[in-house]
Design a protein around this ligand. Structure first.
Ligand SMILES: [Zn+2]
Length: 412
């Protein structure tokens, strides 16, 4: 039976972790930044050293092909991969694992002289973490990038995508040309760390992912009346912050009560104007994010929260403006890919459970164009998007071997 070379995979993980390494551990490697571009060059070198064909598309996606040097409907490929960009002060496995395990699988298959019926390709999708645009590279590949939106795409610090890509040697206006021809991908399977505590706490080595959450972001603007904080009688105040605070607590309670245990909510952006201690807040803004693996439930919860905001505004004499700023739809993973993961686990004598993904992944874009799915390995302590994110060495090896089995199954 073909297996991965675990020592080589661990060496690759350690090598990639050097690009953007932080003194205290972890990495900062935003897409298009110098450390990311150095990592891209290194990855292309490793792809070629493994005897694969390496290429980069106009959206900055890096590919390594075994029996493929591009995408065409005539010879559909089985695709795997993930991303090599990270969040600021992120860990060394988020994304990197899926790319390097995919590379290792193709390398091992080539060395073993195995001849799968379909070509195999490993991808490193650009800007998965969405510094400039959420799941950018896979979105472009799947034909979902709006050319008209590109000039205005920018990071939170104001840096424009076009400038960041130009510095890295790319023309952002050409990124939509990365769209693959229809029918060019037979199936997609992505290995990722779970990034939460469920597998680690259950002591189960592998999960086949059955769905990926959709994410809604809504900006709520509460408008009251700025007033002197000393002289205005309490009962006459129209305090916008209090309405926002009331909403924050009650929206959370509603989602916990009606989210079926699978929906989560976060208010991570709050601003109060004019933002001084001796003025009653005249305006308060929130960004409310909610996630669910169930599309209907997500819509119901979002509508209920909007109604709640209006009720609170009416009761407190506060104007409420609601803007839905972004929305992704929950995605169901292909039964065929889930079965390939389960079968590979069985072949290796590994227990396998089913989980939904509480985080967004490139696999959700691929699901729009092909049979797409994922597998998770445990994250120790459920830690992720932090510098001490880690998984056991054996867990990584098991995950890579299950990915190998699933790829051979899908390519047969
Ligand atoms: Zn990731």
């Amino acid at each position: 039976m073909t297996t991965v070379n675990a020592a080589r995979l661990h060496a690759h993980i350690a090598s990639l972790a050097r690009f953007g390494a932080l003194p205290g551990g972890g990495v900062t490697r935003s897409c298009w930044s110098p450390p990311h571009e150095e990592a891209r060059a290194w990855l292309l070198g490793e792809i070629r050293a493994a005897g694969l064909t390496g290429w980069v598309d106009p959206a900055g996606n890096v590919f390594g092909g075994l029996g493929a040097s591009g995408f065409s409907a005539a010879t559909p490929v089985v695709l795997t991969g993930s991303h090599i960009d990270t969040v600021p002060e992120g860990g060394i496995l988020d994304g990197a694992l899926g790319v390097l395990a995919g590379l290792e699988c193709l390398h091992a298959i080539r060395e073993a002289g195995a001849a799968p019926r379909r070509p195999l390709v490993v991808a490193a999708w650009s800007d998965e973490e969405g510094r400039y645009g959420s799941l950018f590279g896979s979105r472009a590949f799947c034909g979902g990038l709006d050319p008209a939106a590109i000039p205005t795409m920018a990071a939170v610090d104001g840096e424009r995508l076009v400038d960041a890509m130009a510095r890295a040697g790319f023309d952002a206006t050409k990124a939509p040309q990365a769209a693959a021809p229809k029918g060019a991908v037979h199936a997609y399977v992505e290995l990722h760390i779970e990034q939460g505590p469920r597998l680690d706490e259950a002591g189960v080595p592998i999960a086949a992912v059955d769905s990926i959450v959709g994410v809604r972001r809504t900006r709520l603007i509460f408008s009251g009346q700025a007033d002197h904080a000393g002289t205005t009688p309490m009962e006459r105040r129209r305090d916008a912050f209090l309405a926002a605070a009331d909403y924050s607590l009650r929206a959370r309670d509603h989602i916990v009560a009606h989210g079926g245990g699978r929906s989560v909510t976060n208010i991570g952006v709050v601003s109060v104007h004019p933002g001084v201690s001796n003025i009653v807040p005249g305006r308060a803004e929130l960004v409310h994010e909610m996630r669910s693996p169930d599309a209907e439930q997500l819509e119901r919860l979002a509508s209920a929260c909007e109604t709640l905001a209006r009720e609170i505004g009416a009761r407190r004499g506060i104007g409420v403006e609601i803007r839905r700023t972004s929305a992704t739809t929950p995605v169901t993973c292909a039964p065929r890919v889930q079965a390939a993961v389960a079968t590979a686990c069985k072949g290796l004598g590994l227990e396998c459970t089913t989980l939904y993904s509480a985080a967004g992944h490139d696999a959700q874009n691929l699901a729009l164009v092909t049979d797409s799915g994922m597998l998770f390995i445990p994250s120790r302590g459920g830690r992720s998007h932090r510098v001490d994110e880690t998984s056991d060495a054996e867990a990584i090896e098991r995950g890579a071997n299950v990915l190998l089995g699933a790829l051979l199954d899908l390519a047969s």
